[in-house]
Structure formats: C-alpha cells, structure tokens
Design a protein around this ligand. Sequence first.
Ligand code: ADP
Length: 193
Amino acid sequence: MLNIVLFGPPGSGKGTQADLIVQKKQLTHISTGDVFRKNISQQTNLGKLAENYIQKGQLVPDDLTINLLANELDSYSDSNGYIFDGFPRTLPQAQAFSKLLEKKEMNLSFIISLEVSENELVKRLLNRGLDSGRADDKNQEVIRNRIQVYHNQTAMLKNFYLNKLKDSFFSIDGERTVNEISEDIFNIFLRKK
Ligand code: ADP
C-alpha cells in the first residue's frame, strides 16, 4: 500500500500533480477541498458550515475536517493506497491523522512538499479564478489570507513530518513546468519502491 501526502501552499499545484499521479498509479485521490466543494454545491449541512470559512479564506474547523477525512477513508476502504491533497493543514489535524492511520494499520509512504513563492502563488490563483468558478480564487484579499493562513498554521507541519519521517520527506521546486515537477515526483516513487 502506498500513501502519499501532497503538501504545499494554495496554488502550489497539489491538485494538478495528484491528477497526474492517479493517471499512472492506482491510488485514491482524497482532496479535502474537493470534498468541501462537493458538499457546498449539494448544500449539505457540512457544506453550509464549510462555506462560511472557505469564502473568507479561512480553514474549516479541525473537528469537521478530521471527521470528513475519516469518512472519506472509510468510504474507499478497499483502496490500494491514497494521495492526501490539502490534508493535514494544522497540527491537530496531523496528530489526529497519525492516530487514525495507526488504528487502520496504515503508514505514510512519503510526503511531497511543493515549494512556490508567494508572488507566483497569487498570480496562479487569480488566473485560476478566471475560469475555475471558485469564489475563493477571485479575490486578491481572500487569496492573501489563504497564503497567510498557510504560513501561520500549515507550514510548521514540515517540521512535524521532518521529525517523524525524515527519510520520506521530499521538498520539490514547484515553480517549474508541470512535467518537470511530475518527473521529480515519479522519481521519488522509483526510489521508494
Ligand atoms: P487550495 O490548496 O488552492 O487552497 P483546497 O481545495 O485545498 O485549495 O482548499 C480550499 C479551501 O478548503 C481552503 O482554503 C480551506 O478553507 C478549505 N480546506 C481544505 N482542506 C482543509 C483542511 N485540511 N483543513 C481546513 N480547511 C480546509
């Protein structure tokens, strides 16, 4: 079983790279952002709650997010492995995630951290906002807030995972072409086999 965490600020290309991995490897892609957006479009109770946070560029509270992730894992319980995209994003999420994986006798195989500068992130997100239909990509203030939240609450998880899984943590320069980045990621797959 192969379990991968794709880590990085908003707009760093996690979703793009997850899609490319799924095309080649039989893994289940779990994007907490996608699941929240699905709930919003279906106007579920969770969606209505999450929408208030997402539209301001804030994180959805940990208890909701951890529950959602646990449910996703349960609903794809016969998978060969998972790509976690956008989760965990806070220390409590990472701690709850470790416990959950332990309970399921699962391990993280590796963590890929995509590194992209702030100016490039803002440019990419505004660009994505032009045609993605995502309200949180249309407003420069919301975008800056998401990046700030990443620095305040999420970036520290690099140290958490470096301490926990030093040999399985890979930082990748995410400011290159999609193909170059993807090639680096598949090289990590080869090394970790
Ligand atoms: P991006 O990485 O471009 O911000 P995502 O689709 O991963 O896009 O996330 C969109 C929004 O969904 C986030 O700004 C946040 O409000 C919410 N969200 C997604 N994942 C999490 C999470 N693990 N914890 C809390 N909120 C989350």
